[in-house]
Design a binder for this molecule. Structure first.
Ligand SMILES: [Zn+2]
Ligand SMILES: [Zn+2]
Length: 374
């Protein structure tokens, strides 16, 4: 619905000449290139063969009225959400627990690897690739404050060399130290570090190099909780998973005697429980948080970003994709039955939200701050 805001505006002139009425109908489409190809293949007459820029960063194209019973129809693809958000922490209350989504900067990975069998035509509009076909990813560790202060994963850390940082477009201008300070915490405040798995983008921040070049645990007072099977796999890598497991990220924990291996799904501190999903790695685990009837989940690489919500949008990295599929279905069933705040480890723009079904499609409703906060 449009009205003129000035007597000499284009809309005022149009109304003066032709009077009020229906000018055109706009249909929102998810991918305008696909929609236009679809129409062309069916012989529909188009005004715009290619999309053109519309207002607010949208891309639009008009279908000729003769192809739509005399009605002018516009297709509109809304502007992609920002490629990535600026780094900031987000706090959420969950009963007696306080959850703070942190950041360890951004990196980028090949879009094809990130979406497995899904063709680029489909994923590119949701995760725009750069000129080296990489998509932007955040690293978002999570702090859980309850009876203890627990950190889930710790991002990439700063031990990687220039070649690595170039390959993965590492941007840690603002990193975990900044995020912890924003949250009012120092590394000494962390009691427990909990690993979802030991890939470098989750465990890199577990260790640091001191002034003498020696590796030591980054969080001096913490015990580090790791799934036993994941530890075995990470310390005995094979050709396929070796690049993901950087031994300097976790071997020093065993040397320092701060490593605690757990074998089963269990409670790590009151209100915080781990559950093995497998799939991404054999012993990959997610973390459930629950207090006073409210629930949240840190899904780690089960759903790395909100763009990975469709069941089959599984990473090429996953060692056991059919297990990922089963774990996703089980997780989706579970959170459909009970409202759950879901934290994503790598989404470039969103730290948390709830999963909702829109027209039968799993969709994210972002939660900018705690839904449960009073
Ligand atoms: Zn991973
Ligand atoms: Zn990851």
């Amino acid at each position: 619905m449009l009205e003129a805001t000035a007597p000499d505006s284009p809309i005022a002139k149009y109304l003066e000449k032709r009077g009020p009425g229906l000018h055109h109908i706009t249909l929102r489409v998810e991918n305008i290139d696909v929609a236009l190809e679809h129409l062309k293949a069916r012989g529909a007459r188009l005004i715009d063969q290619q999309p053109r820029p519309g207002a607010e960063g949208a891309r639009v194209a008009f279908i000729h009225p003769s192809a739509a019973h005399g009605v002018l129809v516009e297709l509109k693809q809304a502007a992609a959400r920002p490629a990535r958000s600026t780094a900031h922490i987000t706090r959420y209350g969950l009963g007696d627990l306080e959850l703070t989504s942190l950041y360890d900067g951004f990196f980028a990975r090949d879009g094809g690897s990130m979406f497995g069998v899904v063709p680029r035509t489909l994923w590119a509009p949701k995760a725009p690739p750069d000129d080296r076909n990489r998509i932007a990813l955040a690293m978002r560790p999570l702090i859980v404050r309850g009876t203890r202060t627990l950190l889930i994963d710790a991002g990439l850390g700063d031990k990687e060399n220039e070649k690595f940082r170039d390959l993965y477009a590492v941007d840690r201008a603002r990193h975990l130290d900044h995020a912890l300070a924003e949250a009012g915490l120092s590394p000494e405040d962390i009691d427990i570090v909990l690993a979802t798995h030991l890939h470098f983008d989750h465990a890199g921040g577990f260790t640091v190099r001191d002034g003498a070049g020696r590796l030591r645990p980054r969080f001096p007072r913490a015990r580090y909780v790791v799934r036993r099977g994941e530890w075995e796999d990470a310390t005995h890598p094979h050709e396929r998973n070796r690049p993901s497991y950087v031994q300097d990220n976790f071997l020093p924990l065993a040397d320092a005697g701060v490593l605690e291996l757990v074998s089963d799904d269990q409670t790590i501190m009151p209100g915080v429980r781990v559950q093995r999903t497998g799939g991404h790695t054999m012993h990959h685990q997610i973390v459930w948080m629950e207090s006073k009837g409210q629930r949240a989940a840190y899904v780690a690489d089960l759903f790395p970003t909100a763009a990975h919500l469709p069941d089959a949008w599984i990473m090429g990295f996953d060692l056991f994709p059919m297990e990922t599929l089963a774990a996703r279905k089980a997780f989706a069933r579970d959170v459909r039955e009970r409202e759950t705040l879901v934290f994503f480890p790598h989404d470039p723009a969103v730290s948390a939200g709830s999963l909702v079904d829109v027209n039968g499609r799993r969709t994210l409703r972002p939660t900018p701050s705690g839904p449960f906060e009073s």
